[in-house]
Each structure stands twice: as structure tokens, then as C-alpha cells.
Design a protein around this ligand. Structure first.
Ligand code: URP
Ligand code: ZN
Ligand code: ZN
Length: 487
């Protein structure tokens, strides 16, 4: 008797890629996509996808998992709880932060963090190298070695007292990353302006959560974007600007991309689907929605959608940053803390894909192929995640069978450890039903079917996004600077 042609065939569904939507079957062998066609031969396992969309698993490239915050508080999630939550939401790969803190070794940070991921991760993962201790060992030795070992993205904060790097350190990191072949990802807000605003508000007694939004003027984003882009241009270092929140910020990126600066940029569901009004709730309740930068206005939402449509922004990430609404998290500084002492961030891994599907497909913004591109294909390509983010022969069979008709009214129940859902109360249409990771079913019938530790580390080669443009700034051209070699 001959063995079946495939381990699994997903039959009768509608496949959606970043460019096509087509009725076809999909055959999986050895964890990879082996065939796409009509009437494929039988598989050892047959999955009926009639009435379902067949999508590449989501790729979420900005997640804080089992990480100390800038304020020194541990996230509510372990790798196990965060990646479980991701899987239930249709996401099959994440990039989280191996976060160095002041005085710490970057090499040791990555080693320790990798051990946590090996133990807990349920889906595949890669790391951003977060630099907060930019000493000579980090810049000249650890960073290049770790980049060359396959951690091809670096993260820096331009704000937050405990982790912020100053301009000189930022330049050091950018040059080191450029030389070793990594993309530099940045939380870009003007630190001095945020501190100044925060202190003025506090002195006048404006401490409720709603003042968090006031304390982050949009100029903080605009100024930091300009400064970062100037550095990127000077050093010819490719960058990715994280969580763009304002119309003005998106315009700065558009203008710089237009003159050929190599900039990628992301935004997140909470900037597209929430405004600062979320923070204005009775008592301390608004703390649940505090994140940085804060949610803005409806005009910003429109500008961000337009920037996504035009390609100025290429990635939709969650910025999953989970803290419980209790003394272990949001209320660690007391029952009614001033907004400055409230941990920044919200859970986002599980709701990213469903919220965006509802907005983009069910409600018709940008459509299905753009949804696939922004939530899976583009992030995988930009961050060089091998075999991820697309339905293509030879790619990992990371696949979601998606019910486009199912309407769900969201509650606080998520599969992470945060204890609340910032989108609770909303009704959305479209839901991830069955999730496969490298050909194995990991979520079906509302149950998890994978073990903690079964996710794999994704090491990355330097790809297109990490390659400098080759346009040397005049200040770095020895021929124009009395022979001075500065690279
Ligand atoms: O408010 C947020 N997003 N906190 C997480 C840290 C960051 O800024 O990305
Ligand atoms: Zn950030
Ligand atoms: Zn973040």
C-alpha cells in the first residue's frame, strides 16, 4: 500500500496571501507547505476548510514577554502564557525583547532570556537585542557577535529613565548595528519633553490616568522621529520606528522615505481602534489603557490608516506589554497611583489578528490581502524570519483556518495572564478557529494542543531590510573630510 502523498491536506478553503485570494487545497509534508492546488491527493490527515479562510499564521514582531519593564516591573506573562495567548489569536511567530538593563551584560541577557523561551514558548520566536547599557563591551563585542549569530534586530529606547540611551549612545548602537547587519528598532519620543510635561502636570495635581495622554505631546514623537532619521541618514543605518501614533509622525516618515532614507515603521491596533478617551474613566480604571505613546484622536486614526494604505507604515504589531490590574502590575505603586507611576502597556497578542480582521476585512478597511501583508507577510520579510509569513511552497506550514462569519462579543477572558482585555465589550466578526504550527495543530475546538517549550528559536540571516543604501553622508566621505576615516 502506498503512503499518503501528504501528512495533512487542508481541503476546500479559500487561501489568502498578500496578493491573491483563491479557492484551493493545501498539502503539508514534514511541517512545510508542499503543494497548493485543486483536487490534491489525499493526506494522512484531512482538514475540511469549507467556508473558511486559510491564512498564514500571524507574525507579531513587537511583544514584551517575560521581560522587566523600564520601571523594573516584570510582565504578567511568561513565554508559556504569552505564546499560548498568541496561538489562540492566530499568531504563530513572535519577536520579543532580550532586554539588557543598566550594568548588565548583553551576552548574558540573551543567554538567560533564551533559556526562558526554550522552556516556555509554544510558537516560534526570535529576539530583538535591547540595548540599555551601551558600554564598550556591548557596542564593540557583544552586539556584533550576537547579530552575526542570527539576532538581526536591535532595540533602543529614546525615553524611559531606566533604559533610555542618549544621542551619543544611539549613534554608537546604530553604527555597530549597521556594520554587523541588523535593523535598529526605536521607541522614539523626546525624553526631556515627556519628563517636563509629566512634572508640570504632577505639580498641579493632574495625576489621573487621562493626563497620561496630555503628558505625551505629539511634538515628542515628531522631534524624536526627526532626530532619529537624521542619525539614520548620517550613518546610512536602516531603522524601524516603533508604534507610530500621530498623523504628524506618519508624515515625517513619509517625507523621509520619499527622499530615500531606509525607514520601516509600524503601528498597533490600539492606535487605529482607540482614542485617548479610553483613559478618561472613573477612578483609576483608565490605568488599564495606559500605554506609550498614548492613544490619540480620530484624525490620527485616519492618518494612520492612510499611511498603511500608502506603504509609509508596513507592519501591524501588538506591542503586547501585559501588566495585571492589581498590586503586581498597574497598581504596584498603590491603589490610586499618579499616572506617572503606572506601568505602561496592554495585552495585545491575542486580539491583534481578530481586531484587525474585523476592521480591515469585516468592516472593509484595506481588505483581506492587505490584512495578510501587514500582520504576517511584511513583518516576516522585513525581519528576515525564515520560512514564515506566507502561504508558499517550502514555507513552514504555519496556518490559520479562519471563520470569517463568526461574530464574538469580547469579554475580559484571554489566554494570557493579564486578567483583562482592553477590547472587552466590543463585538467583532471573524475568528481564528484552527491553528497549525509547522504542520501540527496547536489550537482546535477552543483547546490548546501543544506543549510549553515546543516553539523554536528563529535565527536570521541579514536580508534586504538590514542592508544600507550605500549613500554615504558627506561627513563620512574621507575624500571630502581631509582624509578622516570615521566608519
Ligand atoms: O506602553 C507600552 N507600550 N509599554 C511597553 C514598552 C514600550 O514602550 O514599547
Ligand atoms: Zn515602545
Ligand atoms: Zn513595546
Amino acid at each position: 500500500m502506498t503512503s499518503p502523498a501528504f501528512d495533512t491536506v487542508i481541503r476546500g478553503g479559500t487561501l489568502a496571501t498578500a496578493s491573491e485570494v483563491v479557492r484551493a487545497d493545501l498539502g503539508i509534508r514534514d511541517g512545510r507547505i508542499a503543494a497548493i492546488g485543486i483536487g490534491l491527493p489525499e493526506g494522512a490527515q484531512e482538514l475540511d476548510a469549507t467556508g473558511r479562510l486559510v491564512l498564514p499564521g500571524g507574525v507579531d514582531t513587537h511583544c514584551h514577554i517575560e521581560q522587566l519593564s523600564g520601571g523594573g516591573l516584570m510582565n504578567a506573562d511568561t513565554f508559556e502564557t504569552a505564546t499560548r495567548s498568541a496561538a489562540f489569536g492566530g499568531t504563530t511567530s513572535v519577536i520579543s525583547f532580550a532586554a539588557q538593563h543598566r550594568g548588565a551584560s548583553l551576552a548574558r541577557t540573551v543567554e538567560d532570556y533564551a533559556a526562558l523561551a526554550r522552556k516556555g514558548a509554544i510558537i516560534d520566536y526570535a529576539f530583538h537585542l535591547m540595548v540599555a547599557n551601551p558600554d564598550a563591551q556591548t557596542i564593540a563585542t557583544d552586539l556584533p557577535a550576537l547579530i552575526q549569530a542570527g539576532h538581526r534586530s536591535v532595540k533602543v529606547f529614546m525615553t524611559y529613565d531606566a533604559v533610555q540611551v542618549d544621542d551619543q549612545a544611539l549613534l554608537d548602537v546604530m553604527l555597530s548595528a549597521r556594520e554587523a547587519g541588523a535593523l535598529v528598532c526605536v521607541h522614539a519620543e523626546n525624553h526631556g519633553l515627556l519628563k517636563w510635561m509629566g512634572e508640570r502636570l504632577a505639580k498641579r495635581g493632574y495625576t489621573a490616568p487621562k493626563y497620561h495622554a496630555v503628558s505625551h505631546p505629539r511634538a515628542a514623537e515628531v522631534e524624536a522621529f526627526h532626530r532619529l532619521i537624521a542619525f539614520s541618514e548620517l550613518l546610512d543605518t536602516p531603522i524601524c520606528i516603533f508604534h507610530v501614533s500621530t498623523a504628524e509622525g506618519a508624515a515625517v516618515i513619509r517625507e523621509a522615505r520619499g527622499r530615500g532614507v531606509k525607514i520601516y515603521a509600524e503601528t498597533c491596533p490600539h492606535y487605529l481602534l482607540m482614542t485617548a478617551a479610553e483613559l478618561d474613566r472613573p477612578g483609576i480604571e483608565g490605568a488599564k489603557w495606559i500605554c506609550s505613546p498614548p492613544q490619540r484622536e480620530t484624525a490620527d486614526q485616519e492618518a494612520l490608516w492612510r499611511a498603511l494604505a500608502l506603504g509609509d507604515l508596513q507592519i501591524l504589531s501588538s506591542d503586547h506589554a501585559p501588566y495585571r490590574f492589581d498590586a503586581s502590575g498597574k497598581l504596584s505603586a498603590g491603589a490610586n497611583p499618579p499616572f506617572k507611576q503606572i506601568a505602561n502597556g496592554m495585552p495585545g497578542l491575542e486580539m491583534r489578528m481578530p481586531m484587525l480582521f474585523d476592521a480591515m476585512v469585516s468592516r472593509g478597511r484595506l481588505g483581506l490581502s492587505k490584512f495578510v501583508e501587514l500582520t504576517a507577510t511584511a513583518p516576516a520579510r522585513i525581519y528576515d524570519l525564515p520560512g514564515k509569513g506566507a502561504l508558499a511552497i517550502g514555507f513552514d506550514a504555519d496556518i490559520v483556518l479562519w471563520d470569517p462569519q463568526k461574530t464574538v462579543t469580547l469579554t475580559d477572558a484571554l489566554h494570557c495572564n493579564t486578567g483583562y482585555n482592553p477590547f472587552a465589550g466590543r463585538s467583532i466578526t471573524g475568528w481564528p478557529e484552527t491553528v497549525l504550527r509547522r504542520g501540527e495543530i496547536i489550537v482546535a475546538d477552543g483547546a490548546l494542543r501543544a506543549e510549553a517549550g515546543s516553539g523554536r528559536l528563529l535565527l536570521r540571516e541579514a536580508g534586504e531590510a538590514t542592508r544600507p543604501t550605500g549613500r554615504l553622508a558627506p561627513e563620512f566621505d574621507p575624500a571630502r573630510n581631509f582624509g578622516a576615516e570615521l566608519y
